[in-house]
Design a protein around this ligand. Structure first.
Ligand code: FAD
Length: 513
């Protein structure tokens, strides 16, 4: 496995190109946990600024969402400018617009210094209303975007065979190959003297006289600063209550018609997104959508079925070559959290809450955190402050998400549900009741059972079986585990340990360990 699920993303072949490395030194200016676009963007900037840096990656570069993204580069975001003006003022929205343009500029500049063009291409984006009920919203987005300097123009045609009522086009967007890009960043970081170690997890930290002792699975490391570029910070933190984990589904499709080489977005509440990409000289349409909150579906496969139905309805499909899903985090007030980790020691930083715009915000995190650590300030410090409190913005989402999380915890403790082991089919996972306890059990095709505790190691919430990625997912804060209990997604820092089922429940099946 080279990604946080068993399905292969279209970028997967490139993820395999990772060399072995080992920890050579134990003292640094900055330790960066996570080698996705955020961690490696921070690493390159900080090392180039003359600080000694170590990147510690739990698995391999691109293991997280950067290996499962679709890599549109946008100057307009899931938090639309009309909402940002309402919640953060016109100045805040203008700064956000500047951030988008700056991030695309940083990526373009970085690529110009790499050996590889990373398939970076400037594109026009199209946002289109497919229903009358979307029109007012499109108008609001159009007006607010133009007000903050992200130019949108109404257009009569779109390069996608999807029926629409009204559409806008937005020039100056882009796309690239995310894994070739982060590999380029990693190589540049190492060339500049940076240290990189994989298969090493940061499990926590404590203060010492001159900085921090960082605990990792390869022993303690001292550093003046720690950046959690782990997509959501590990351990228990205030931000977990302000960040809602979601899953999104993607297909890589071969077509019997011309490929749309543009970026597209419909305006469904959970929107579909489109782009095309050449892999080994062959074009593919990449379509995403059918999102749901992590752990909130009983049948993840059904979301692929719905997405495939959507694609076949509008495109002439020859073959579905790739299908995968991945995770993102929705901040309750719409903007990312980049800066000092709330309620943590000084020198501990975080970047999270990117929604579906983490190529931009991860790149920007590199600039912001490098500025905060090197100079103590950044033009974006206040807007993206992880400690900001916006009582009105996002309050409903905050209450609803945390109410559901408490519900999941209580349901797990008070209403123990669970199926009988005999009902478990091959290649299936289920919460099984055996003796007085419940277990999360997966049955392999030849019958071997893997039994795990039924609760997340993070805060004890119930786990849900993900039948698409073959993982155990937690709906509270988005931790995910493989069938043997290995961590796939933070915030968990402790894996689930394999359990022995009581003999009475186990019929004649063999079991691990
Ligand atoms: C399906 C999908 C499509 C998307 N499409 C787009 C798009 O088109 N455009 C866009 O801008 N954004 C998009 N996004 C969002 C974007 O991909 C993500 O926000 C971004 O990749 C996050 O990058 P990251 O580096 O912060 O996290 P990740 O890529 O998740 O990297 C985090 C890394 O940290 C490691 N890690 C975790 N815990 C620890 C630990 N304790 N110690 C050490 N290492 C640890 C993980 O193994 C992982 O490699 C999409 C998201 C999804 C789900």
């Amino acid at each position: 496995m080279f990604r946080d699920g068993i399905l292969k993303s279209i970028w997967q072949a490139e993820i395999l190109r990772e060399e072995n490395d080992h920890l050579q030194s134990r003292g640094f200016d900055v330790v960066i946990a996570g080698a996705g676009i955020s961690g490696l963007s921070c690493a390159v900037n900080l090392q180039s600024a003359g600080l000694s840096c170590l990147v510690v990656e739990a698995e391999n570069a691109g293991f997280g969402t950067t290996g499962g993204t679709t890599a549109h580069l946008n100057t307009f975001f899931d938090a639309s400018y009309d909402k940002v003006i309402r919640d953060f003022g016109l100045e805040g929205a203008e700064l956000l617009a500047k951030a988008g343009k700056e991030a695309i500029g940083i990526i373009r500049e970085n690529i110009s210094q790499l050996q590889d063009d990373c398939d970076f291409e400037e594109k026009t984006g199209f946002l289109f209303a497919t229903k009358e009920t979307h029109l007012e919203r499109l108008e609001d987005i159009y007006n607010a975007s133009n007000k903050v300097g992200v130019k949108m123009d109404y257009c009569d045609t779109i390069p996608f065979p999807v029926p629409f009522i009204k559409a806008v086009k937005i020039k100056g967007q882009a796309q690239f190959h995310p894994i070739r890009y982060i590999q380029g960043l990693r190589d540049k970081f190492i060339e500049k003297g940076g240290h990189y170690v994989r298969k090493c997890r940061v499990t926590g930290y404590k203060n010492q006289k001159d900085g921090l002792i960082i605990h990792t699975t390869l022993g303690d490391i001292s550093a003046k600063n720690l950046i959690y570029a782990t997509h959501t910070p590990p351990g228990v933190n205030l931000l977990h209550f302000r960040n809602i984990p979601w899953r999104s589904y993607v297909l890589g499709v071969e077509l019997d018609e011309t490929y749309p080489f543009a970026l597209g977005y419909d305006m469904e509440e959970l929107y579909h997104y489109y782009r095309s990409q050449f892999i080994d000289g062959k074009p593919y349409l990449i379509v995403g959508g059918e999102d749901h909150k992590t752990g909130a579906t009983k049948d993840a496969e059904r979301h692929f079925v719905k997405l495939e139905h959507h694609v076949r309805q509008h495109f002439k499909v020859r073959n579905i070559a790739y299908k995968w899903s991945s995770q993102y985090y929705e901040p309750v007030d719409g903007l990312p959290y980049i800066g000092q980790l709330p309620m943590a020691s000084s020198g501990v930083y975080v970047c999270t809450g990117y929604n579906g715009n983490g190529m931009i915000f991860g790149t920007l995190a590199g600039r912001i955190l490098s500025d905060l650590i090197s100079y103590g300030d950044s033009p974006y410090r206040e807007l993206f402050s992880p400690s900001r409190i916006k009582p009105a913005a996002g309050f409903k989402k905050f209450v609803s998400h945390n109410g559901k999380a408490v519900g999941s915890f209580l349901k797990n403790k008070l209403l123990p549900e669970g199926s009988d082991l005999q009902t478990l089919r091959e290649n299936e996972g289920k919460i099984i009741r055996a003796g007085k306890k419940k277990y999360a059990v997966f049955k392999e095709p030849k019958g071997l059972l893997h039994a795990l505790p039924d609760s997340c190691t993070h805060t004890g919430c119930a786990l849900t079986w993900n039948n698409a990625e073959k993982s155990w997912d937690c709906s509270c804060h988005g931790s995910r585990f493989g069938i043997q209990g290995n961590i796939l997604n933070a915030p968990a820092t402790k894996s689930l340990s394999l359990q022995q089922l009581p003999p009475s429940s186990n019929s004649n099946l063999s079991q691990e360990p």
